[in-house]
Design a protein around this ligand. Structure first.
Ligand code: UDX
Length: 425
C-alpha cells in the first residue's frame, strides 16, 4: 500500500485516483478549483463515468480517497505523485506543456526525498526531461506511465488493462510505479521514458488509423455495393486484424484522437520524419464529416436551406457527456451554415453548448423528430435503438433517416416507410 497524490481531478486524474484507492492505496486528489473539490467531497462528480461514483463513495468512506486544494498537505508524505493535468493542443499542433511545467515547479519544494513524480497525462516524447528540468530535484525520480483510458469505460480500462506501461531512466522507480498496479494482474512493460511516451502516441495514432481505414473501406463498399458490416465481420476473424475499432461512423473525435494525431505528426516532423500516412488518416477523418453532411443534404432533397434536421446525439460517442471535438458538433455546425435548422436530442445534453446556440435542444428523440425533413443518427446512444420507427414516421414531415453509426435495424425502418442511408451499406 502506497501513499499517492494525484494532481488534477479531470477524466484521467479522478478515475485514476478512485481506482488506486480501490486497489488499497491512500490517495489524495488535488485540484485548484475549490468548487470542484467541495462537490467531490459531497459525492458530486464533474464528469459522467460508469462506476466512478460508486468507487469515489467507497474510497471516501474507507478514508482512502481525500479531495483537497491544499497541495502542500497532499504531497508532503506522498511516495508517488501523479501529474494528471491537461496537455491541450498548442497553436502549432504540438502539446502545450505549460500545465505540466507549472505543476512540476509547484511540487519541487514540497516533495520528500526519494519521491517519484509520474507523467500520467499524454505528453510528447521527451517530456520526462521537461519535468526533471522544472523539478531541479536529483533526489526525485520522474516516470512516464501513460493512460489508456477510454471515456465511458475508464474504470474498466484502469482495473482491467491489457498492459501497464512504465518508462524511466531509474529502473527502481519504474518498478515501484509498476508495483502500484500489482492487483490488476496485467503485463507491465518497463522501458525508457521515450519509448513509454512513444507507445502512447503510437497506440492512439494506430487506433485512429483503424477507424479512418474502415471509414474509407465503407466509402468503397457504397460504390461497389458491398455491406461494410459483413466486410468487417470477414476482416475481424483474422487475428492479425481483430474486430475492435473497425466500426464505421461520422469520424473519430473526442479530447484525445484529434489532439494526439496532430501531436504525433509534429513529434515525427521534429524527429525528421514526414508522417504522411498519419496525415492521410487525419484527412480521411475530416472528409468523413463532409460525407455525412452530403448524405444528409441528399436525403433533404439536394439542399439544406430551410430544411429541418433532427440530430440524434451530440457527444463524441455514447456513454460520455463529453462534447470536445465531437463529430456531431462539427457536422451540425456545417448543417447550420448551409441554412438548415437543427433540433437535437442527446441524453446528456440539456442546454445548447457554446457556439451551437442556434440548435433546439429537445427532451426526447421523438420530440426532436417533430416536423423533420431528415433524422440523422450521429452518436450511438442505446436510446435511439428503442425508438419506434412507426412513431417516428408519425412525427417527421419526410421519412428520411441517415444512420451515421449503422446503429438501427435498416429493414425495420424501411418497413415503416423510411428512406434509410447507412455507412458503407
Ligand atoms: C481514446 C483511446 O481509445 C484511449 O485508449 C486513450 O487513452 C484516449 O483516447 P476515447 O477518445 O475516450 O479513448 O474514446 P474511443 O472509444 O477511443 O473513441 C474515440 C473516437 O473514435 C470516438 O469519436 C468514437 O466514436 C470513434 N470510434 C471508436 C469509431 O468511430 N469507431 C470505432 O470502432 C471506435
Amino acid at each position: 500500500m502506497s501513499n499517492i497524490a494525484v494532481i488534477g481531478t479531470g477524466y484521467v486524474g479522478l478515475s485514476s485516483g478512485a481506482c488506486f484507492a480501490h486497489l488499497g492505496h491512500v490517495v489524495t486528489c488535488v485540484d485548484v478549483v475549490q468548487l470542484k473539490i467541495d462537490n467531490l467531497n459531497k459525492g458530486i462528480l464533474p464528469i459522467v463515468e460508469t462506476g466512478l461514483e460508486e468507487l469515489v463513495a467507497e474510497g471516501v468512506a474507507a478514508g482512502k480517497l481525500i479531495f483537497t486544494t491544499d497541495v502542500v498537505s497532499a504531497v508532503k508524505n506522498a511516495d508517488v505523485v501523479f501529474l494528471c493535468v491537461p496537455t491541450p493542443e498548442g497553436a502549432d499542433g504540438s502539446a502545450d506543456l505549460s500545465y505540466i511545467q507549472t505543476a512540476a515547479r509547484t511540487l519541487s519544494p514540497l516533495l520528500r526525498s526519494g519521491a517519484i513524480v509520474v507523467n500520467k497525462s499524454t505528453v510528447p516524447v521527451g517530456s520526462t526531461k521537461v519535468v526533471e528540468r522544472e523539478l531541479k530535484r536529483p533526489d526525485v525520480s520522474v516516470v512516464s506511465n501513460p493512460e489508456f483510458l477510454r471515456e465511458g469505460s475508464a474504470i474498466q480500462d484502469f482495473l482491467h488493462p491489457d498492459r501497464v506501461v512504465v518508462g524511466s531512466d531509474n529502473q527502481e522507480a519504474a518498478i515501484a510505479v509498476g508495483a502500484l498496479y500489482e492487483k490488476v494482474g496485467a503485463p507491465v512493460v518497463v522501458t525508457d521514458p521515450a519509448s513509454a511516451e512513444t507507445i502512447k502516441y503510437a497506440a492512439n495514432a494506430f487506433l485512429a488509423t483503424k477507424i479512418s481505414y474502415i471509414n474509407a473501406v465503407a466509402a468503397i463498399c457504397e460504390g461497389v455495393g458491398a455491406d461494410i458490416n459483413d466486410v468487417v465481420l470477414g476482416l475481424g476473424y483474422d487475428k492479425r486484424i481483430g474486430h475492435e475499432f473497425l466500426r464505421p461512423g461520422p469520424g473519430w473525435g473526442g479530447s484525445c484522437f484529434p489532439k494526439d494525431t496532430k501531436a504525433m505528426v509534429k513529434i515525427a516532423q521534429d524527429a525528421g520524419y514526414d508522417f504522411g500516412l498519419l496525415k492521410g488518416v487525419i484527412t480521411v477523418n475530416d472528409q468523413q464529416y463532409g460525407r455525412i453532411v452530403d448524405k444528409i443534404r441528399t436525403a433533404a432533397g439536394g439542399t439544406l436551406k430551410g430544411k429541418k434536421i433532427a440530430s440524434w446525439g451530440l457527444t463524441f460517442k455514447a456513454l460520455t457527456d463529453d462534447l470536445r471535438d465531437s463529430p456531431a458538433v462539427e457536422i451540425i455546425t456545417r448543417l447550420l451554415a448551409d441554412g438548415a435548422s437543427v433540433s437535437v436530442f442527446d441524453p446528456t445534453v440539456t442546454v445548447a453548448p457554446k457556439g451551437l446556440d442556434a440548435i433546439t435542444v429537445c427532451s426526447s428523440p421523438l420530440e426532436a423528430c417533430a416536423g423533420a425533413d431528415v433524422i440523422a443518427v450521429l452518436t450511438e446512444w442505446d436510446d435511439f435503438r428503442w425508438v419506434s420507427p412507426v412513431e417516428a414516421a408519425g412525427a417527421v414531415s419526410v421519412k428520411q433517416i441517415v444512420d451515421a453509426r449503422n446503429l438501427l435495424d435498416r429493414s425495420e425502418w424501411r418497413r415503416a416507410g423510411f428512406e434509410y442511408q447507412g455507412i458503407g451499406r
